[in-house]
Design a binder for this molecule. Structure first.
Ligand SMILES: Cc1ncc(COP(=O)(O)O)c(C=O)c1O
Length: 400
């Protein structure tokens, strides 16, 4: 007998369509492709949306981190605190400046950097801290700001997952001196590749604008227009980190539907949570009452004491049922580079390892159909039931 073909549910499908295509066409027809009027409009609208003083568009989230660290004055020999549970870009940007990423364990509930563990790792060389809002849930920002104030640390938020998220009534993007967003293809707002720095520090904004385009003076882009001059001055050895106008045009369309897309993800999250709460084998995301998440990720955790299978086998069982998952993240201290360069070892960060061993991220994106959501729910329920440890009833006689 032939087995029926299962249509696979992808982990992510970018919510882009006709509107974005038209916006790109408009830019192409305008004849101005690289950074120009659309990029500046996108920056203005983005700053308004998150409530930031300044927004500077850049080529990637990694570039946003690099430019923020540079503007904060982080340099060779400095130490920068960041969670071990993050994407390598967070730490990699620190290494660009010759500084040292100092890894920190996570809070077992939020899965974000633990402020108490961060405090223990501060040395006279610590210059900055990068809180990462994993999956969209904001970090304990008040505690982290208090720590930063006491030790004169600069705060650079990695908000690659946190558009739009809020902490104690404030949107992420207006809370710290620097906040870095990513518009990579899987993110909650995408321009294919792209990023944004928001900052409350006007001189840092000026510096980032300078450094994103080769360190040449601010309005250098105008020199290619009819009204610009061919003459320019190189003030610093900068970087080539600008966004393009056709990416910005996509960004503007996406920004206008950012709230609606969050709403759609929240509805999916609620359906997952309602369906999975009766399953004692699973730990569901817990969002603290003083903050809201973008629902970039829906991270499920398995209880090893209740299941006969590990996370990898669980993911494979979901794959067989046509559901693609991901894992966020393999802790940096388990990666060969960070072990080789900084001497980290397995066992260094117990909370992060426990989280990693048990977690998986389910598909959650605005264009998911009802049928797709139901299939994910059914696949998780079936996999849990078939993998659960059935407890022997103590009252039952061994003969039964
Ligand atoms: C937590 C985190 N930080 C930074 C980045 C880097 O962003 P980009 O890919 O836009 O450089 C990512 C991208 O996946 C990320 O997940």
């Amino acid at each position: 007998m032939k087995t029926p073909m299962i249509v696979r549910i992808p982990f992510h499908r970018a919510p882009v369509g006709e509107e974005e295509a038209l916006a790109v066409c408009e830019v192409i027809r305008s004849g101005w492709l690289t950074m120009g009027p659309k990029t500046f409009e996108f920056e203005k609208e983005f700053a308004k949306y998150v409530g930031a003083r300044d927004a500077i568009a850049v080529s990637t989230g990694t570039a946003a981190l690099h430019l923020s660290l540079e503007a904060a004055g982080v340099c060779a020999g400095d130490e920068v605190l960041l969670p071990t549970t993050t994407f390598t870009a967070t730490a990699e940007a620190v290494t660009y400046l010759g500084a040292r990423p100092v890894l920190v364990d996570i809070d077992p509930v939020t899965m974000n950097l633990d402020p108490e563990d961060a405090a223990r790792r501060i040395t006279p060389r610590t210059e900055a801290i990068i809180p990462v809002h994993l999956g969209g849930q904001p970090c304990d920002m008040d505690e982290l700001h208090a720590l930063a104030k006491a030790h004169h640390l600069r705060v650079i938020e990695d908000a690659a997952h946190a558009l739009p998220s809020a902490y104690r009534g404030k949107r992420i993007g207006q809370i710290s001196e620097f906040t870095c967003f990513s518009f990579y293809a899987t993110k909650t707002l995408t321009t294919g590749e792209g990023g944004m720095v928001t900052t409350e520090n006007p001189s840092a904004a000026e510096r980032i604008r300078l450094m994103r385009l080769h360190g040449i003076e601010r309005d250098a882009w105008k020199r290619y227009r009819g009204d610009g001059s061919w003459r320019y001055e190189v003030l610093e050895a900068g970087f080539k980190y600008n966004l393009t106008d056709f990416q910005a045009a996509i960004g503007l369309v996406q920004l206008a539907k950012c709230d609606a897309m969050r709403q759609a993800r929240q509805k999916i999250a609620e359906r997952y949570t309602n369906a999975f709460s009766p399953l004692e084998e699973l730990l569901l995301p817990e969002i603290r009452s003083d903050r809201s998440t973008s629902w970039h990720l829906y991270v499920l955790r398995l209880r090893p004491d209740r299941l006969r299978v590990d996370r990898d086998v669980f993911i494979r069982a979901l794959e067989v049922r046509g559901v693609s998952c991901s894992v966020h993240f393999i802790p940096l201290h388990l990666q060969p580079y960070y072990q080789r360069a900084y001497g980290y070892r397995a066992g260094d960060f117990p909370n992060a390892e426990q989280q990693y061993d048990s977690c998986l991220s389910l598909p959650i994106f605005p264009g998911m159909t009802d049928q797709e959501i139901e299939r994910v729910i059914q696949a998780v329920q079936e996999t849990t039931v078939e993998s659960r440890i059935v407890r022997q009833n103590a009252a039952v006689s061994p003969i039964d």
